[in-house]
Design a protein around this ligand. Structure first.
Ligand SMILES: [Zn+2]
Length: 862
């Protein structure tokens, strides 16, 4: 017997050894014991050609498997395609529930969404209503254990048999999203699979664990999709939000990965960092659900932690957005093996183990949803009832917004609100509020007494008080400030029957064209519109020469005197390569495409200001733009520039790696952009020579500091005071809190602007809201004409910032222009393109691109 026992032990050991060396874990490693599976459902390997965790799943094979499961189990699984990613990969959603529920799916959905309607929800009987749970994976493509676990969850939910699974599917409708970020997952899996060795290399230094720039975390445009749930700039978020609101789930899970030396995190996060608009009951239910995750992870011996590191503050994250929609968002963070197996502080972390934890917590989530079903359903119903009462008592009754000079941006803002099912109304009669005039036809109203009251507050309110001083992400995102739109709060007196027009249901239609027919003299395009830069580029690209007004003027248009501001684009008809008729055709087409009114002129004489033939109209040249990209450059910031130019304005931009920059002839570029980053490998002398020869160099954030230190610009950087007083003794355990509080997580500051400066063309107010999430502070220029954007004594508009940091922002410069030889250097301390929704900064960015060259930087100091 002892001998036999020993043999058995040895046999077990060798099994373990084989499993580790080939790294292929069979399904039995992951799946719960004692469950029978329907043999008609294909196992992952039957479709993807490898075991789960043996290779990293590519998005393409992941979709193949999901399709196979849906085909093999049509009574349980229905596959929907929400849309396509930028790289045209399908975003699939599996609806998984019992055969009986599938037969009444539309009825179940309609009944379910009534929970969010306080006028209908009272009569609903939740006894027999299933809970709705959205399971979502790997929004960061290089956090792959989630998407790989999706293979297991899909198999289990489709194939498991017996009373347990039947009870689960009877009580829960699962919206199963195997891959939140298809393009990122594909990029990462390609990287990590191509570096896999037959004998797994666990050395963290090895190439497998160190992706090349930009890495798989991001979507196609290098954006973090887990910050985009609220702004919804990207097609992936837009597709997903449609389905989110179609179903309004009770729970949404967000499966991520964290650093390799960590264990496993599940929410609740840090209690003092929950957004105040999220009800306490949300966190109670999160804690209750946590008991299920703990029990399931205990069972498989996995270490975990809660209530630390992560928070529920910014509603643009997947685990927080549901919290403002009557649901519970759950963040999971698994320590990342990044590749197939990696040496960590806790020993070797193997990919299959990371997958197993994600699969296990998907099951614990579903178990909690089944067991606490009625609590989740009642919570959702109560959430909207409470919100309705709060809305009735709120002092702000409505927000009015709009910009008659920028219909494009106003339309973008409306579209954003509508994606979140916020009702928008036309303004019935012109009003004045908060010092702004709002006109009928170009202004809109959002009453706060509506179902999405809480989300409206999250979008419009400014925040200046906080319970904590540490944050996982940004502390403010007041959307009308971000969009740079005029807006005002209306109280009960201001919000009268005169204000509310009819509900605005149109999707933004672009109405534009040449006003006044073909001209034999000139055309005028106002620069205030969001899409004016797109139109200007298209005109320039069709060979039409253009000029920009550096002065204001008024002239008669259609019998009325009309004022044209700085930055108006003038297109003369004479001395062009095209005939007048051909030009008219092109200009009209461009105006229609971008929804712009372009004015046709019959005369060059004005009623005031500079005549059309004046040298105050400066000739423009077509920008030929390159941006430095690659290792050392912040991919998010670079992606924002790429997205802005490519997606919004249809302007091509070359991406130059430092090595390419150092090698190639730069004469084909007249504009170079350096976003935040370190540029150690860039040939400084070559850059300097290029600027001196007439180049237009645009620097942002940390690139500003780099260029100042490299002696390329003459910008003087302001220093901050240290966080802690070195003469004081401090308690060690407080270190994180004290030092963390000095971080600039992101707040909104009001910059004063000189509207006559070319970098301010198109702005209509002498101020703009800029977003700062860095520690780059500039002294104002010694040239009094060269700091067109600057901060005064009280710049903070919304967000958390330490006193030390605020002190140094005060009276600093936001934008400085300096000359070098015949070139220009434009230093922008903040990020004008933040996350692609900071449209209030895009004019600054595009001015730097189009008008940098015409700025006179000369100044005769005494
Ligand atoms: Zn993540």
């Amino acid at each position: 017997m002892p001998q036999r026992f020993g043999m058995k032990k040895m046999f077990l050991f060798s099994l373990v050894f084989i499993a580790l060396s080939t790294h292929a874990q069979e399904l039995g490693y992951y799946l719960p014991d004692s469950v029978k599976y329907n043999p008609a459902i294909p196992k992952p390997k039957d479709i993807i050609y490898h075991e789960v965790g043996e290779w990293h799943i590519t998005h393409d094979r992941l979709v193949n498997y999901m399709k196979s499961v849906a085909t093999a189990a049509p009574d349980r699984v229905k596959l929907e395609t929400m849309g396509l990613s930028y790289e045209n990969r399908p975003q699939v959603l599996l609806i998984i529930t019992s055969p009986k529920n599938h037969q009444n799916l539309e009825q179940i959905r309609q009944q379910h969404i009534q929970l969010s309607d306080p006028n209908k929800s009272a009569s609903l009987n939740i006894e027999n209503m299933p809970a709705v749970v959205w399971i979502g994976h790997s929004i960061h493509g290089n956090e792959p254990s989630g998407a790989n676990a999706a293979l297991l969850s899909a198999y289990y939910l489709a194939a498991a048999q017996g009373p347990q699974i039947e009870a689960l599917l009877e009580n829960v409708v699962i919206l199963f999203d195997p891959s939140f970020n298809p393009d990122g997952l594909q990029r990462f899996s390609t990287w990590v699979n191509q570096h896999k060795s037959k004998n797994l290399v666990t050395d963290a230094n090895s190439r497998e664990f160190n992706e090349v720039w930009p890495g798989g975390r991001f979507n196609h445009y290098w954006f973090d999709l887990n910050r985009d749930w609220l702004p919804a700039v990207h097609v992936e978020s837009q597709n997903r939000l449609k389905w989110f609101h179609l179903w309004k789930p009770n729970i949404l899970t967000d499966h991520h990965e964290q650093g390799s030396n960590a264990t496993f995190f599940f929410q609740p996060g840090v209690p003092s960092r929950v957004n105040p608009l999220t009800p306490e009951k949300n966190q109670e239910l999160t804690t209750k659900m946590g008991k299920y995750h703990a029990a399931f992870l205990d069972r498989i011996g996995s270490l975990y932690f809660t209530k630390e590191n992560y928070d529920d503050f910014y509603y643009g994250k997947g685990s927080t957005y549901p919290d403002v929609n009557g649901a519970i968002g759950i963040l999971f963070e698994q320590a990342s093996s990044r590749g197939h197996a990696q040496q960590t502080a806790n020993g070797i972390l193997r990919f299959p183990f990371t997958i197993k934890n994600q699969f296990t917590t998907a099951l614990s989530t579903l178990e909690a949803a089944k067991s606490l079903r009625k609590e989740f359903l009642s919570f959702q119903r109560d959430f909207y009832k409470t919100v309705q009462i709060a809305a009735g008592a709120a002092s702000v009754k409505a927000y009015v917004f709009g910009d008659e000079k920028d219909k494009g941006k106003t339309a973008e803002f409306i579209t954003m609100l509508q994606r979140h099912q916020i009702d928008v109304y036309e303004l019935n009669n012109a009003i004045k509020a908060d010092g702004n005039e709002f006109k009928r036809g170009t202004s809109f109203v959002v009453p706060t007494a509506q179902t999405q009251h809480q989300l409206i507050r999250a979008i419009f309110e400014k925040t200046l008080t906080y319970k904590d001083s540490l944050f996982y992400d940004i502390t403010a995102w007041t959307m009308p400030l971000a969009f740079g739109l005029s807006y005002a709060e209306l109280n009960a007196t201001g919000f009268n029957n005169n204000v509310l027009g009819k509900k605005y249901t149109e999707t933004a239609t672009k109405m534009g064209g040449v006003q006044g027919g073909e001209s034999n003299y000139a055309y005028l395009l106002e620069w205030t519109e969001l899409y004016a830069p797109a139109a200007l580029y298209e005109l320039q690209n069709s060979g039409i020469s253009t000029r920009v007004a550096t002065n204001q003027f008024s002239m008669m248009i259609d019998g009325n005197s009309k004022k044209f501001s700085y930055g108006t684009i003038m297109i003369p008809v004479q001395q062009q390569n095209n005939t007048g008729a051909k030009m008219f055709e092109t200009i009209n087409k461009v105006a229609q495409k971008y929804g712009l009114a372009i004015h046709s002129l019959k005369t060059g004489s004005v009623t005031s200001g500079s005549d059309i033939g004046s040298s105050r109209f400066a000739a423009l040249s077509k920008p030929s733009v390159a941006m430095i990209t690659g290792a050392g450059v912040n991919p998010l910031d670079a992606g924002e520039v790429w997205h802005l130019l490519d997606q919004r304005f249809n302007i091509p931009i070359s991406h130059l790696e430092p090595a390419t920059f150092n090698r190639v002839d730069l004469n084909k570029y007249n504009t170079l952009i350096l976003v935040s980053g370190t540029y150690a490998d860039l040939n400084k002398d070559k850059l300097k020579t290029w600027v001196q020869g007439g180049g237009n160099l645009i620097l942002m954030e940390e690139a500003v500091t780099w260029a100042a230190q490299a002696g390329i610009s003459n910008v003087v950087i302001k220093k901050t005071k240290g966080a802690a007083d070195s003469t004081q003794m401090l308690t060690y355990v407080d270190k994180e809190q004290i030092e963390g509080a000095q971080g600039m997580r992101g707040a909104i500051f009001r910059a004063e602007i000189d509207l006559s400066h070319p970098l301010a063309y198109g702005y209509t107010q002498p101020y703009a809201s800029l977003f700062k999430a860095n520690k780059v502070y500039m002294e104002k220029s010694k040239n009094p004409f060269a700091t067109p954007f600057y901060y005064k004594n009280n710049p903070l508009q919304s967000g958390w910032v330490s006193k030390q940091n605020l002190d140094v922002v005060k009276n600093s410069a936001a934008v400085i222009v300096s000359g070098l030889g015949s070139g220009k250097i434009i230093s922008i301390a903040d990020n004008p393109n933040f996350r692609g929704f900071w449209l209030g900064g895009s004019k600054l960015m595009m001015n730097a691109i189009f008008f940098g060259k015409i700025i006179d930087t000369g100044f005769a100091a005494e």
